[in-house]
Design a protein. Structure first.
Length: 347
């Protein structure tokens, strides 16, 4: 039954291009993105303590922060914009007085900058999304990475994660299904999804930008990085949504968007994901859900590069744009009908 609904939905995909549109006249929403927020807006958004640390590069007094000693299981995010930066598995007791991590969540979420202030040679770390000051990065870490991300507690928020058979429940999935504006909005609406970031995967040249990817010759696909809690939503459920919100039978094309950057692909991050993806494709094929063969690639994940700010949360910031109203909104409406029980209550 569900596959029949999926089929009807996929056949109804409209033929209006998206990312090929000029980005110059996008925003009809007055909401500022994090990078363009004025200091007055930041002051309104943050507590005085957060403003001092994040925007004025302040430092928590040693051993004063609320996360110095915490060992709870969960995810640490930027207090300025909510970007997930670390998990408890990356945290270690450094005895330096500040929360310390030996690695960061992949995806270029943290920016490194040379810092020569206070007569010292250090590497400052900031949130790549909002520019908020986090702390400093040192190469004296005791674990295999040799790194110590020394972070102010005030720069962070913490969200406890439930455990699934004793394993941290957060997991990462990478999907390519045409324009990332569309699939980002759909995954963002699901319960158990912590964050969705639009970006590029599948190519070789480091640090691709939108123009390069748009050429169709870079090898990169537009993708979304989905960080999710498998104890709330399974990878199989994410696959169901994935196959519902795009057409997996059109090679290098979604509607009017044509080029290898719009190909359908699942970049699996572990062998279990690979197995589940292949099983899902087999089930769809065996049930003859589509009249044409599924061309979705199932390939091992290597690298994810976050796309430019203008491509993040596109739907939420541009709901009145024609593309959002004509193409994305109907998909979200259908998502509500098919997966109502899986949606966040505020969506
Ligand atoms: Zn941030």
């Amino acid at each position: 039954m569900i596959y029949r609904i999926i089929m009807v939905w996929c056949l109804s995909i409209l033929t209006l291009g998206c990312c090929a549109q000029s980005p110059s006249n996008q925003s009809t929403d007055t909401t500022s993105t994090h990078k363009t927020m004025s200091e007055a807006e930041w002051k309104q958004r943050l507590t005085p303590e957060q403003y001092f640390i994040l925007r004025e590069k302040g430092t928590d007094r040693p051993y004063s922060g609320k996360f110095v000693f915490t060992k709870d299981h969960g995810v640490y995010s930027c207090a300025g914009c909510g970007t997930a930066l670390f998990t408890h598995q990356m945290k270690f007791d450094s005895h330096c007085g500040w929360p310390s991590f030996d690695k960061e969540i992949a995806g270029g979420k943290i920016k490194q900058t040379r810092d020569t202030s206070h007569g010292m040679e250090r590497v400052e770390i900031t949130c790549a999304n909002c520019g908020g000051h986090l702390g400093h990065l040192f190469d004296d870490g005791p674990t295999a990475t040799g790194l110590r991300y020394c972070v102010n507690s005030t720069s962070l928020t913490f969200e406890p994660a439930t455990l699934n058979n004793g394993v941290l429940s957060m997991d990462t999935a990478i999907f390519a299904g045409g324009c990332f504006w569309c699939i980002e909005a759909a995954f963002e609406s699901l319960k158990g999804v912590k964050s969705v970031v639009s970006g590029y995967s599948g190519g070789q040249t480091p640090h691709p930008d939108y123009v390069t990817v748009s050429s169709g010759n870079s090898g990169y696909a537009e993708v979304v990085q989905v960080i999710f809690d498998p104890s709330i939503i399974s990878f199989t459920s994410l696959l169901e949504v994935f196959f519902t919100i795009h057409d997996p039978t059109t090679l290098n094309q979604q509607g009017a968007d044509i080029g290898s950057q719009y190909r359908s692909a699942i970049f699996y991050t572990n062998l279990s994901q690979q197995q589940q993806a292949l099983q899902a494709i087999k089930a769809l094929t065996d049930n003859k859900v589509y009249s044409k063969p599924i061309v979705t690639e199932v390939v091992a994940f290597s690298t994810f590069y976050k796309a430019e700010d203008m491509h993040q949360a596109y739907y939420n910031l541009n709901k009145n744009e024609p593309y959002c109203r004509i193409v994305i909104q109907p998909k979200l409406d259908k998502l509500k009908k098919v997966f109502a029980d899986k949606l966040k209550t505020d969506k």
